[in-house]
Design a protein around this ligand. Structure first.
Ligand code: AMP
Length: 450
């Protein structure tokens, strides 16, 4: 399949080629024609599948055709980072043309946004809270809006934006095109679909399943072993950037500070950071200034850094959806990626929930120098389900990654053996603390410059 068969005009095809896209991703192939035809579309696609271009390209084509004047397309998205990313995609595909675009979100001044909303932009990418602030001031004209996009709808709702979205939608013309994208389709998203769309065409692409290019593993640890485990994982030879998730902002700060002391080039991304700090962190992570980004869930939502080769869950996510979103930061655009989750005995139930959601048991991995926690800590994976287990790393040599030869990963052992084998050893092993006291950690290895 080629982009030329989707009905896009030659200008957009030129921009697509300039971006280096040769083949449409499945969501692009499925969504672009009905969006061009003016239909409402629900896109249930996992993150990293190219969904941004799937809605941006046909919207731009429709805007290029239609009469100018006022805001004509409104894209609502949960975070500032995502808004900037979408705006970047819009501008890349609209370069050299007449379509004007702007972003609207909190943490920065109102004036430029007000000018854009007063008619200075054809397309607005907005976060709901700030958009409502502007709307309440009375100068936002919504009657010219012909297309609404609700991007990352599940996360918008998770973040408590349901009332804001309903208020925004209520101000838009009823005769409009609505596009809703979501990684998952829970009851809340279904309610929003019901309220905001008309006769939508649903495109379901392996929703609730992460990209198959991602190799997952659980690293069973005791709570006090987490930092050691993280340092060990970062020491491994690996090309690409590493994204580390923590449960709280405070923990993100602590983990980042410790990694800095160990010599890693680390940035932090969480909602206590200013917009400028967040942008610098993201830009530096993108351009290779930082090897590691330590982030909380909300701040890292939807970020697209194509070089992320590894996501490490320092803390277990709260839900299987959160797991899928986090690990969707790697394996983007059909690249491979590793998703490693440090799991303590207290995380046992959540490991099962995630395995059930993925439909496959996750391999367990011990780390050299870190004894596995006691046998009660991690149950063996559940019996293999009807669905095939997650594919091995496409490099074909290990369930995840490619550990250096000197590392004692039991990568060839079946997942069950990997989970239970260390028990015997642990019973005779010195206490965890004593073991850890022995070799002082060395600095995480720096990757060669990209
Ligand atoms: P998204 O899911 O929209 O965040 O996109 C994930 C990544 O895939 C982005 O870096 C896009 O630039 C890239 N991408 C989107 N569509 C294509 C395509 N057809 N070919 C190659 N890369 C793509």
């Amino acid at each position: 399949m080629s982009f030329t068969t989707l009905g896009l005009n030659p200008t957009l095809l030129t921009h697509i080629a300039r971006q280096g896209y040769t083949t449409p991703t499945p969501i692009q192939a499925a969504a672009i024609p009905p969006i061009l035809a003016g239909n409402d579309v629900i896109g249930l696609a996992q993150t990293g599948t190219g969904k941004t271009a799937a809605f941006v390209l046909p919207i731009l084509q429709r805007l290029q055709r239609g009469p100018a004047g006022g805001i004509r397309a409104l894209i609502v998205t949960p975070t500032r980072e995502l808004a900037e990313q979408i705006l970047g995609t819009v501008r890349a595909f609209a370069a050299g043309g007449r379509i004007r675009s702007a972003s609207v979100y909190g943490g920065v001044g109102f004036d430029a946004q007000e000018r854009a909303l007063r008619g200075g932009a054809d397309l607005i990418v907005a976060c709901p809270g700030r958009l409502l602030d502007h709307m309440s001031r009375g100068y936002v004209r919504c009657d010219t809006i012909t297309t609404l996009v609700l991007d990352e709808a599940d996360r918008l709702l998770d973040m408590g934006f349901a009332p804001a979205i309903r208020r925004i939608v209520a101000q838009l013309p009823a005769a409009r095109q609505t596009l809703l994208f979501s990684a998952t389709m829970g009851p809340d998203v279904a309610d929003l679909v019901q309220a905001a769309t008309r006769n939508p065409q649903t495109i379901r692409l392996s929703s609730d399943r992460p990209a198959e290019t991602i190799a997952h593993a659980i690293v069973p640890v005791a709570e006090e072993q987490k930092m050691m485990a993280l340092l060990e994982l970062l020491r491994r030879e690996r090309a690409g950037a590493v994204l580390v998730f923590t449960r709280t902002k405070h923990r993100a700060d602590r983990v980042a500070q410790r990694l800095e002391r160990e010599g890693a080039r680390v940035a932090r991304l969480h909602s206590n950071r200013s917009q400028r700090q967040r942008q610098l962190a993201l830009d530096g992570f993108r351009d290779g200034t930082f090897d590691v980004l330590v982030a909380t869930d909300i701040a890292a939502r939807g970020i697209d850094v194509s070089t992320v080769s590894q996501v490490i869950n320092f803390d277990m996510p709260d839900t299987s959806d959160a797991y899928i979103h986090r690990i969707g930061r790697t394996g983007r655009a059909e690249r491979s990626g590793d998703a490693l989750t440090l799991a303590t005995p207290a995380d046992r139930a959540m490991v099962r929930v995630i395995e059930r959601a993925l439909g496959a048991p996750l391999p367990r991995h011990s780390l050299p120098g870190l004894p596995l926690v006691d046998d009660a800590a991690m149950p063996p994976p559940p019996p293999a389900p009807a669905r095939p287990a997650l594919p091995r790393d496409h490099r074909g040599d290990a369930p995840y990654g490619r550990p250096p030869a000197h590392h004692a990963y039991r990568t060839n052992a079946p997942p069950h053996a990997a989970a239970v084998a260390p028990r015997t050893r642990d019973r005779t092993a010195p206490p965890v603390d004593a073991r850890h006291a022995a070799p002082p950690p060395t600095a995480p290895r720096r990757r060669s410059p990209r």
